[in-house]
Design a protein around this ligand. Structure first.
Ligand SMILES: Nc1ncnc2c1ncn2[C@@H]1O[C@H](COP(=O)(O)OP(=O)(O)O)[C@@H](O)[C@H]1O
Ligand SMILES: [Mg+2]
Length: 257
């Protein structure tokens, strides 16, 4: 099957939760995204692969409204539309993002990082004051990390965690509001084999009632976990593979040719 055929076949499918239509984005003279269309469906893991500089991160950040796009449109099934005029707030409620620049606060404990920017408060002095409810935040953080299968002391300062643990923490933080769509930029980098396996399991569980978009250049992981693989090359989407195509197609040569 040619690349063109597999692209158009995919565009007619399923129950979408997020859809990009003819999205372009430049940085100065550099066209980072060139007329990219893409659908993310319910309960699906979509991997975005491509060489360095192919536009993978730019695509993710455009999908979630961190970047404002130059043309085209991005639509969520909830009705939210992002275009060259609008970047509404979608982070947290509609979509959670885990990216490499994780913006954790090293000198604060794990549980405070999970609740950063949305801390739980309680009334104090008969409602005169509102103070942060650390015990509830501790408990909820503990429970959540447990459910995800990650052991981590919630009172530990984040700067004392390994790189891999920090990555897990940023995953847990993005999960906290339980957005229906999760977007992960290179989640396997810097993780040990053991933690990769736990993360793969967590993603498999999540998939039951979420949609997950993963950028990764780890083709082995991606082939194992993805229901669909979108291949980017120099800003363009060059393939959208599902089912048997994932095994059959030479993804590496699609990436670089
Ligand atoms: N904020 C930015 N400012 C200028 N150029 C950028 C910016 N972000 C990405 N680029 C450029 O856009 C292209 C695509 O980058 P990126 O989406 O990060 O690629 P990938 O994630 O596939 O490695 C690259 O040439 C990169 O240098
Ligand atoms: Mg990138």
């Amino acid at each position: 099957m040619s690349v063109q055929e597999s692209v158009s076949e995919e565009e007619s499918s399923g129950d979408w939760v997020l859809k990009a239509e003819n999205v372009s984005k430049s940085f100065g003279n550099l066209q980072a995204l060139d007329d990219v269309s893409l659908e993310i469906n319910d309960n699906e893991v979509v991997a975005i692969v491509g060489d360095n500089g192919a536009g993978k991160s730019t695509l993710l950040y455009s999908l979630v409204g961190i970047h404002q796009i130059d043309s085209g449109r991005i639509e969520y099934a909830t009705g939210t539309v992002l275009d060259d005029q609008n970047t509404q707030k979608v982070l947290g409620d509609e979509v959670g993002v885990v990216h490499q620049d994780m913006a954790l606060v090293g000198i604060r404990p794990v549980f405070e990082n999970i609740f950063m920017g949305r801390q739980i408060e309680k009334e104090y002095l008969g409602g005169l004051l509102r103070v942060s409810d650390k015990e509830t935040m501790r408990q909820e953080s503990r429970q959540m990390l447990d459910e995800l299968g990650f052991e981590m002391h919630v009172d530990k300062e984040v700067r004392l965690l390994s790189g891999g643990q920090q990555q897990i923490l940023s995953f847990a933080r993005a999960m906290y509001t339980d957005p229906p769509i999760m977007v992960l930029d290179e989640p396997f980098t810097a993780l040990s084999e053991e933690v990769i396996n736990k993360l793969m399991d967590a993603i498999d569980d999540l998939k039951q009632d979420h949609s997950i978009v993963i950028v990764s250049h780890n083709l082995e992981m991606v082939r194992e976990i993805a229901d669909r693989i979108v291949v980017m090359r120099r800003g363009e989407k060059v393939a959208d593979l599902s089912g048997e195509e994932i095994e059959r197609e030479d993804i590496l040569s699609l990436m670089v040719n």
